[in-house]
Design a protein. Structure first.
Length: 202
């Protein structure tokens, strides 16, 4: 088990997106085993090691298979419209989070960026001031994981389509602070990606 990381100063929710059908992977990517542990559990265990965060997971395709693996370690949100894309899952997740109390921000993460560590997420959290968006710098622009302040929650609830929050993170209308997280460059889209990661971790 990962050592506990101190609580963030601000009350944050974590929204893990895991609703897709993983067509390029061949389905049920969320349950692919990495060192004997399901991918979704890798991400959950990493964020749950940061004390004080409240975790939410959005499920869609294969939700009946994935939910038991999550168990009581997060609030499970079912997106009936998951096929409409990542934006739909963010909107669905944010609507549910709005009913769980007052949060100063939400950290949006993907279940397949399994190289990220608790220290990586904590680096993002440390940069969060409650006003600016804190995003991860990628080669093709800012992306997730990213922390959105509460004044952005309504905007997130209005998202739709496959692009998720990318337009927000790379538009000119919002203050975004980019942070380098090299481990975020690794995500699992295909079986070959998984084999490459497994060989690295062997």
């Amino acid at each position: 088990m990962s050592p506990a990381v101190p609580s963030p100063e601000k009350r944050l929710a974590v929204l893990i997106l895991a609703a897709g059908e993983s067509a390029r992977f061949g389905g049920r990517k969320q349950l692919a085993l990495i060192n004997g542990k399901a991918m979704i559990r890798h991400t959950l265990d990493t964020v749950n090691a940061i004390l004080g965060l409240q975790s939410f997971v959005v499920l869609g395709a294969f939700s009946d298979d994935i939910a038991p693996v999550i168990g009581s370690s997060a609030n499970v949100i079912h997106n009936e419209d998951w096929s409409r894309g990542m934006g739909s899952s963010i909107a669905c997740g944010m609507a549910a989070i709005a009913h769980h109390g007052q949060f100063e921000g939400v950290l949006i993460a993907l279940c397949d960026q399994v190289k990220l560590t608790s220290a990586d997420y904590t680096k993002l959290i440390a940069g969060f001031d409650g006003h600016h968006i804190i995003a991860t710098r990628h080669a093709d622009g800012d992306g997730v994981p990213a922390i959105f302040p509460s004044h952005m929650f309504e905007t997130l609830q209005s998202l739709s389509g496959a692009s998720g929050a990318r337009k927000i993170l790379n538009g000119a209308n919002h203050d975004v602070i980019g942070i380098d997280l090299p481990n975020a460059a690794i995500d699992i889209d295909t079986i070959d990606d998984l084999k490459a990661l497994q060989s690295q971790m062997a």
